[in-house]
Design a protein around this ligand. Structure first.
Ligand code: ADP
Ligand code: MG
Length: 256
């Protein structure tokens, strides 16, 4: 790439809603994130794929500061991520996260699961928070379950509640870490449909998934990771039809 090309890219990176620059992270001797450069624009849907152990979850966890990094920088809206206190709580609200294992509060009702963050962190009024929570539960198709407890719901329903819970904080970006991997096959689609809807409505999303249908339908960009590195990055069509790296070709050969 020419010098001017590099410069243009750097300018775009500075403007990203989420920007990782030269990020490195180790677990002891294991170098899990190797010089990661990734910029995500507002409204963009980035799908991250790659073999197990390549650092995808760690990457997500660094973006909401569940994991500190060793070097490099991560910014949200141009601001370095805070490391503690109220600023950190606000960051976790701004950066929603949906995990593989739904992670709902088991002893709270579905409604309480969705209102807790807004009332505690965003200091929302209880009644308003409930009204908004019901709208969000409606939107993900589980409003009728509002008074139940998580264990009374199917996995697909619980995951949709987890998405509503993230949305209730009015996040700037939502990270999804293999949101359908723990679901029975018949429930995968209902969760993906909610995610496709969110993508269409302009939510900024980082989605770790092996659901290639979702990637093709909703992603603006596919990022392929292996061994802690971003090996390849392109639009979904290009990535799936003509991946350039041997590692991406091998990986796609195994999963498609
Ligand atoms: P992926 O999500 O792509 O499967 P992870 O980010 O979970 O990969 O893990 C990347 C590497 O880091 C793996 O080798 C994993 O075993 C290791 N790892 C993840 N979390 C920890 C941890 N808390 N302590 C030590 N090693 C970890
Ligand atoms: Mg993972």
């Amino acid at each position: 790439m020419s010098d001017s090309g590099t410069l243009a890219q750097d300018t775009r990176k500075a403007a990203g809603l989420v920007a990782l620059t030269g990020v490195n992270k180790h677990y002891g001797d294991l170098h899990v994130l190797k010089d990661i450069n990734l910029s995500i624009d507002e409204g963009e849907v980035v799908v991250v794929i790659g073999p197990s152990g390549s650092g995808k979850s760690t990457l997500c966890r660094t973006i909401n500061r569940l994991e500190p990094i060793d070097s490099g920088s991560i910014t949200l809206d141009g601001q370095a991520l805070p490391s503690e206190g109220r600023a950190l709580a606000k960051l976790r609200a701004d950066v929603g996260m949906v995990f593989q294992s739904f992670n709902l509060f088991a002893h709270k009702t579905i409604l309480q699961n969705v209102t807790l963050g807004p009332t505690k962190v965003r200091k929302a009024d209880q009644k308003q928070a409930e009204k908004r929570a019901m709208e969000l539960l409606e939107r993900v198709g589980v409003a009728s379950q509002a008074d139940k407890y998580p264990a009374q719901l199917s996995g697909g329903q619980q995951q949709r509640v987890a998405i509503a819970r993230a949305l209730a904080m009015d996040p700037k970006v939502i990270l999804f870490d293999e949101p359908t991997s723990a679901l029975d096959p018949e429930m995968i689609q209902e969760v993906l449909e909610v995610m496709v809807d969110l993508a269409r409505q302009g939510m900024t999303m980082v989605v770790v998934t092996h659901e290639m249908g979702f990637a093709r339908t909703a992603a603006n960009r596919v990022v392929f990771m292996a061994d802690g590195e971003i090996v390849e990055e392109s639009d979904p069509e290009t990535f799936f039809t003509s991946p350039t790296s041997k590692r991406a070709q091998d990986f796609l050969g195994k999963i498609l």
